[in-house]
Design a protein around this ligand. Structure first.
Ligand SMILES: Nc1nc2c(ncn2[C@@H]2O[C@H](COP(=O)(O)OP(=O)(O)OP(=O)(O)O)[C@@H](O)[C@H]2O)c(=O)[nH]1
Length: 235
């Protein structure tokens, strides 16, 4: 007899919220003054936003590698969220990951609670080549601690480790931070399939095993061998 447990997992992570930083810089100016001084900034901002919306930290790519063992260089940015599942063995149990891949663009931030609420685990992804994405990760951790489920397992994924020659975030920093918040940390490459399985195995290991005393209410479904159907008699 093997128990299958459904584990809701959400992936969070975004590049630096440039719009917010700029909005703070612009505060309190008159409109003409604003236009005169800020137009060059705005042009730069538009380029920046375009660039940032174009390159995420790699959440969808991690999910795609984990579930389909596939990597797409031209993957489109997620709109809202996307959903995939994968079942993996863990000891005497099967863990069915119900994975919510959230959109990284700042305009979708307010939707995130829908996905982390009720989650057994959250994977917070940053890009090792973007220091800003590591700062943003800390904001996600704060939000999860304040508003997320009490016993949520937190896993930090430093993605794009295939680009370590242009790294901005030292692994040591990530390890120290993860230790300080009791999170799992691993550097991944969705592109080269590095540590993707290990990331989810690490989450599985952190999920407490089912209490055999509990009946129902655990989200677990017991799989049992079907018994032979009762023989039917004719007449
Ligand atoms: N070199 C490298 N590039 C990667 C890796 N993972 C993702 N990318 C690239 O990074 C870009 C963004 O990847 P996505 O998976 O869409 O990132 P995301 O975080 O889901 O982005 P949003 O959906 O906008 O939140 C794409 O061009 C990917 O091909 C990786 O491990 N290494």
């Amino acid at each position: 007899m093997m128990a299958i447990r459904e584990l809701k997992v959400c992936l969070l992570g975004v590049q630096a919220p440039t719009i917010l930083v700029l909005a703070q810089l612009l505060g309190g100016r008159t409109f003409l003054h604003f236009l005169w001084n800020v137009l060059p900034w705005l042009l730069r901002l538009m380029l920046c936003v375009w660039r940032e919306e174009d390159t995420g930290v790699g959440k969808s790519s991690i999910v795609c590698r984990f579930v389909q063992d596939h990597f797409d260089h031209n993957i489109s940015p997620t709109i809202g969220a996307s959903f995939m599942t994968k079942t993996v063995p863990c000891g005497n149990e099967l863990h069915k990951f119900l994975i919510w891949d959230t959109a990284g663009q700042e305009r979708f931030h307010s939707l995130a609670p829908m996905y982390y609420r009720g989650s057994a685990a959250a994977v917070i992804v940053y890009d090792i080549t973007k220091q800003d994405s590591f700062h943003t990760l800390k904001k996600w951790v704060k939000e999860l601690k304040e508003h997320g489920p009490e016993n949520i397992v937190m896993a930090i994924a430093g993605n794009k480790c295939d680009l370590s020659d242009i790294r901005e975030v030292p692994l040591k920093d990530a390890k120290e931070y993860a230790e300080s918040i009791g999170a799992i940390v691993v550097e991944t490459s969705a592109k080269n399939a590095i540590n993707i399985e290990e990331l989810f195995q690490g989450i599985s290991r952190q999920i407490p095993p089912l209490d055999p005393q509990e009946n129902g209410n655990t989200g677990a479904i017991k799989l049992v061998k079907p018994t032979a159907p009762a023989s039917r008699r004719c007449c």
